[in-house]
Write a protein that binds this ligand. Structure first.
Ligand SMILES: Cc1cc2nc3c(=O)[nH]c(=O)nc-3n(C[C@H](O)[C@H](O)[C@H](O)COP(=O)(O)O)c2cc1C
Length: 319
């Protein structure tokens, strides 16, 4: 089974990927959080350049993800990525954010199946790298997926990763498994499942319902329980010592990368990782208002010193 780490903007960037792999072993595959392709003739700059730097991703199987509806820029970026040694490029058709959708990008592109098909046929033909897609099943209603799936099936994709929610769901409600099953049946290319796999039981339910499953992408489940991929493969849960070591390595790496802004990054991580503790609200409260590095370190000391771990670390929402 291929287990991959979901792209999560601001969360599963190269620092997280590297530290998680060092502490818990590498997943089969990683996807970068989305980056915008540069203008034709230009190179990647800023955050994208750092995220894609082959050295920062050394030893890991990483697929870059692009967010765009401009075929020329996609193909140009794919050329740059090929030169950097990447072997596949992924298109984001899932981002539900209003500002992205209003520009017809991310899941907003699903509103225009005709344009989407023209785009996909064009980039699949011209891209020097195989093109995979990460998608939602529509914007407003489940019925939209029939037409969208038909579009995908006519394109020579390398893989389709299905997050079976609508744009309007954001991350609410249960993902629909039926459209995932339909995709497995219909697609002439590889298919992957993503959404709400937060425990070994969730994983087993999915793979029992769909034994043809060959690739599961894990997101928030890994943030709440960094040992989840290991557990899915029959390994042990994370001990308190392992969790502390992982935290310290992650914070240290963010400090090296961004100085005091590391505290903000870690506060976002705690939204998820607090689920590894019995009283997740108390854990979140301890870090919520902290701003300075020294105060953050003191809060972390108190968490690990006084908050017991939950019997099972499982993502339970951001309540
Ligand atoms: C904070 C955050 C950032 C995300 N950023 C991206 C992204 O850059 N690209 C993408 O395709 N999906 C992104 N997603 C969606 C995740 O990749 C994934 O589809 C979603 O979390 C559902 O999977 P899960 O239930 O395993 O977490 C993001 C989700 C969250 C919560």
């Amino acid at each position: 089974m291929i287990l991959s780490l979901a792209p999560m903007e601001g969360v599963t960037g190269y620092v997280f990927r590297r530290v998680h792999a060092a502490c818990f072993g590498p997943l089969s595959r990683y996807y970068t959080p989305f980056v915008a392709p540069p203008h034709v003739g230009k190179g990647f700059v800023g955050r994208a350049k750092k995220e894609l730097d082959p050295q920062a991703n050394e030893g890991l199987d990483v697929t870059p993800q692009l967010l765009t509806r401009d075929a020329d820029r996609f193909v140009w970026a794919a050329g740059l990525l090929a030169q950097m040694g990447y072997r596949e490029v992924n298109l984001n058709l899932g981002c539900p954010s209003g500002t992205v959708v209003s520009k017809g990008k991310g899941s907003g592109f699903l509103r225009e199946p005709g344009e989407l098909e023209a785009f996909l046929q064009d980039v699949c033909e011209r891209s020097p790298l195989p093109v995979s897609v990460k998608t939602r099943i529509g914007i407003e209603c489940d019925e939209e997926y029939e037409q969208i799936l038909a579009v995908f099936c006519r394109c020579p994709l390398a893989e389709l990763i299905v997050h079976p929610r609508l744009q309007r769901d954001a991350y609410r409600g249960a993902p629909r498994w039926e459209p995932y099953g339909r995709t497995l049946e219909a697609a002439p290319f590889d298919v992957s499942y993503n959404g709400d796999i937060f425990s070994v039981e969730d994983y087993e339910r999915l793979t029992s319902a769909f034994p043809q499953t060959r690739h599961v992408m894990l997101g928030r489940g890994v943030l709440a329980n960094p040992a989840l991929p290991r557990m899915v493969r029959g390994g042990m849960p994370a001990s308190a010592v392992e969790l502390r070591h992982f935290h310290d390595a992650l914070f240290g790496a963010y400090l090296d990368e961004m100085g005091g802004n590391a505290v903000m990054r870690m506060k976002e991580w705690w939204l998820y990782s607090s689920c590894a503790f019995a009283n997740e609200r108390a854990v979140r409260k301890r870090v919520r208002s902290v701003k300075k590095v020294a105060d953050y370190e003191a809060a972390v000391e108190r968490i690990f010193g006084s908050e017991p771990l939950a019997p099972v670390a499982r993502y339970r929402g951001e309540a």
